[in-house]
Design a protein around this ligand. Structure first.
Ligand SMILES: [Zn+2]
Length: 584
């Protein structure tokens, strides 16, 4: 491709709305353009890279015997009613009506459609297992779209669904997808980790998230250097503090704590550790119509942080059905007092108590009265919970739930997730097959997603894949492999040498961008660095003596080579790196 004929508009300035390197650089390099918040157009260079990522995904899926189909993005509500998710899914689902008032959604995922297709097509055990996938746009009505494609309203996702005869078969399908995902992300040049994850709105029993490691990511993972622990922070279990069973329960003591509303203030004021206090958090839970259903108070040790995912799972409610309560407002009903709420004296409210509070002694809690706290509060004697479970967030430095060593945290971007769904969809949607004895059996399912547009962006956020000057694409996903930067267009020798390199490389299957624009060479170098083409061959004055400059984007060094040597070296490195398997 001659750059003089290409549509490429790069920006020198950092766009206002972009905060993280990948978003800034994609906009600056002219690879994407914003339409409105959370909705983007992929421009020619960007789209080439997206298609390469898609093709890596296709190759690895097809290698595992999966087959690609394509469903409509429009999904009728009836299917979601069948699975019970039409109400459960929440405000992120993009709901629309047709002219006759029939409800549809723009698919955020497609378990229902795939289950419906397979249950109608498959009736015998002889037709199983099956794994079907698609790569298509998915939609999510994000409240706050940000970070470009990381949290956008329209994104590209690969979603696959496996159907097996039994749970053993499902385990095999899951393991195969796990392997395929490892290959995909490796070939895309991501540094990643697979971690145990919560199953969330998709459901099922078992799940792993693939997290690309970078400091800008929204996901937080916990891992341990001494054992195999690796989990999202939402999922990671916590170790309870050692119970103080032998400690004597002291008598309750009401203490004045004027205006001391936070755990920090109270513990400082009373001269006690934050770990000797009880933290209270009040929530309101809504029903399917969005009406207030009940109040929930969660209690945990003062120095702990509530893990919202664990609370939602304990209550068995959708994520969108719970919100922090206005204590002022619910105080009359429940007896809560802003800043002074404790487990005693609450009524008309469900009490959920973190498991470790049960064994701890003589803690300080809100007094249920303005400007008062109560010391020496003990579980069992002074209050009881309607539910006891682990509500804590595993923090860096906390003991590992498996081996006890201090846990570490890392940030990252979730680029893929695999789920063992089991019978979650096949049972309500009646996806059954006939076994060897003509008995109806439900199919065992798995589902597997890759965020293609997220991967596109996460690649750039890897520390090795960008610098101050721009993107550094890995060869496997670069929009072009080589850029020929011709210093002076119209110079007879440079024209001839550039053309020779362009034609030789193209003939060898190398994808070449030829910067033949009538621009200053400084502008050309800047653009080449910004768009991140892995290899640059500069044709300048040296061409008179048959020499060109050869430089890899990822290296600082450049070398002068004879034209033929530059061509040969380029072909060699492109062939070695273009499918990304050199990363294995
Ligand atoms: Zn460990």
């Amino acid at each position: 491709m001659k750059l003089s004929k290409a549509h490429l508009k790069t920006l020198r300035e950092v766009p206002n709305e972009a905060e993280i390197p990948s978003h800034i650089l994609l906009l600056r390099a002219g690879m994407i353009r914003k339409t409105v918040a959370g909705i983007y157009t992929y421009m020619p260079m960007g789209w080439r890279t997206v298609r390469k990522i898609e093709n890596i995904v296709r190759e690895e899926m097809d290698n595992k015997g999966c087959q690609e189909i394509r469903t409509s993005v429009l999904q009728p509500s009836e299917l979601w009613q069948e699975s019970g998710r039409w109400n459960a899914y929440g405000p992120e689902m993009w709901r629309i009506k047709d002219r006759n008032g029939r409800d549809f959604c723009l698919g955020p995922t497609a378990e229902e459609i795939f289950t419906d297709i397979i249950k109608n097509d498959v009736n015998s055990y002889r037709q199983l297992p099956l794994n079907i996938y698609q790569i298509s746009n998915k939609f999510r009505d994000e409240a706050r779209p940000r970070f470009g494609m990381m949290r956008s309203r329209d994104f590209i996702m690969k979603d696959a669904y496996s159907f097996d005869k039994d749970s053993e078969g499902m385990d095999v399908s899951y393991d195969e997808m796990y392997e395929a995902y490892t290959n995909v992300f490796t070939r895309c040049g991501l540094k990643f980790r697979s971690v145990e994850a919560d199953t969330g709105a998709i459901g099922g029993s078992n799940s792993h998230e693939f997290t690309a490691l970078c400091e800008y990511g929204e996901s937080e993972i916990a891992y341990c250097d001494s054992c195999d622990l690796a989990a999202t922070v939402e999922k990671a279990t916590c170790v309870d503090a050692v119970p103080e069973k032998d400690m004597e329960m002291l008598p309750l003591e009401k203490v004045s704590t004027p205006n001391m509303k936070s755990i920090e203030e109270v513990s400082k004021f009373l001269g006690i550790e934050e770990s000797k206090t009880i933290k209270a958090l009040l929530f309101v839970v809504y029903d399917e119509e969005g009406k207030e259903k009940e109040y929930v108070a969660a209690f945990l040790r003062g120095d702990r942080e509530l893990n919202m995912t664990k609370l939602i799972n304990a209550l068995d409610i959708p994520e969108h059905a719970i919100a922090f309560a206005d204590e002022e407002k619910v105080g009359q009903v429940t007896g809560a007092v802003t800043g002074f709420t404790g487990p005693m004296g609450l009524h008309d409210c469900k009490l959920i108590v973190d498991s470790e509070l049960v064994g701890l002694r003589n803690l300080c809690a809100g007094g249920g009265e303005k400007d008062y706290h109560i010391k020496n509060v003990n579980y069992g004697r002074d209050y009881e919970g309607d539910m006891i479970c682990d509500l804590k967030t595993l923090k860096a430095g906390d003991p590992c739930p498996i081996c006890g060593a201090p846990v570490k945290h890392a940030r990252g971007v979730e680029v893929g997730q695999v789920f063992k769904l089991g019978l979650k969809y096949s049972e309500p949607m009646k996806a059954v097959y006939k076994d060897e004895n003509q008995q109806d059996k439900p199919m065992w399912m798995g589902c597997y997603g890759i965020g293609v547009s997220r991967t596109f962006q996460a690649i750039i956020d890897m520390a090795d894949n960008h610098d101050d000057n721009g993107i550094i694409w890995p060869m496997s996903v670069a929009p072009y492999h080589v850029i020929i930067t011709q210093v002076k267009v119209g110079d007879e020798v440079q024209d001839r040498v550039s053309k020779e390199i362009y034609e030789s490389l193209t003939k060898a299957g190398v994808e070449v961008l030829w910067d033949d624009r009538d621009e200053r060479v400084g502008v050309k170098f800047k653009d080449a660095d910004l768009i991140g083409i892995p290899l640059r061959i500069t044709v300048g004055k040296g061409a008179q003596s048959g020499l060109v400059e050869y430089k890899l984007r990822r290296d600082l060094d450049k070398v002068e080579l004879l034209v033929a040597d530059a061509i040969n070296q380029a072909i060699e490195i492109v062939n070695k790196e273009k499918d990304g398997r050199n990363f294995f």
